[in-house]
Design a protein. Structure first.
Length: 250
């Protein structure tokens, strides 16, 4: 035994799974085994996480390719000439089918319980795709694309309790991005000597602005994105004002 004069307390508490030989505690092999099993479990978790991230990255890369195609077809609306919307929508149908296929793969790759853990990885490309769908829908029908119809175009659910779904914030940000696209479209319509479209777009955007004002937006990205809406509204209204002056002068 340790002498009392050594100043060391010989009554050391035993660790779980340890045995005492004299005054020395020895950890049993089973204690090490439990630790190894625990880290083996951590390794499996990390491996599975990497696998999911890699699958998501592949899908997002494909969605970004689809977005490039949508941008290519939509760019023609900004040309100073007559626009045939039916031609544009017919060219984008194949892209929409591919987008649905990719979102199906994404829903299979992401475990339902981890949806929001990985959501940041695809939300940006989703918001941009939604904005293009909204622009196309407005040009074709003159009204807003609903959240339900947007979900259908993406090939995913509308509500969280239904499975892999369209997040409301992504839908709203897509709408705000659409308004920015329409503000550019309005300017180019005047260049094409189309003096009627700016007023129609202005009325549509004013309704959207009134709708967003009803939302209790917090100080987050959606709120910051909404702040850009008033500048787009102002830009469109300035175009409408210039068109009104031009009509008066004529």
């Amino acid at each position: 035994p340790l002498s009392e004069s050594s100043g060391i307390n010989a009554e050391w508490p035993l660790r779980p799974g340890a045995v005492s030989v004299g005054n020395l505690n020895f950890v049993m092999a089973s204690d090490f085994q439990t630790g190894m099993e625990l880290f083996a479990h951590f390794r499996d978790i990390i491996k599975e996480d990497s696998k999911v991230k890699e699958s998501i990255k592949d899908v997002v890369d494909n969605l970004e390719s689809c977005l490039i195609q949508l941008n290519y077809h939509l760019d023609c609306i900004h040309l100073p000439k007559e626009i045939c919307i039916s031609n544009i929508t017919s060219k984008t149908r194949d892209v929409e089918v591919e987008i649905q296929t990719q979102f199906q793969k994404l829903s299979e790759a992401v475990p339902p319980s981890l949806f929001f853990k990985y959501h940041d990885k695809w939300k940006s490309v989703t918001q941009q795709i939604i904005s293009k769908f909204c622009v196309l829908h407005y040009l074709e029908f003159g009204k807003m694309l609903s959240k339900l119809d947007t979900s259908n175009k993406l090939g995913i659910c509308t509500e969280a309790n239904e499975g892999f779904h369209l997040v409301l914030e992504d839908y709203l940000i897509g709408i705000l991005m659409m308004v920015t696209e329409l503000s550019r479209y309005t300017v180019n319509r005047v260049t094409a000597k189309d003096l009627e479209t700016p007023e129609k777009v202005a009325n549509f955007v004013r309704e959207l602005d009134a709708g967003f004002k009803m939302l209790n937006l917090k100080n987050d990205y959606l709120r910051k994105r909404y702040d850009s809406l008033k500048y787009d509204v102002k830009k469109i209204e300035e175009v409408v004002y210039d068109v009104a002056l031009r009509k008066l002068n004529n």
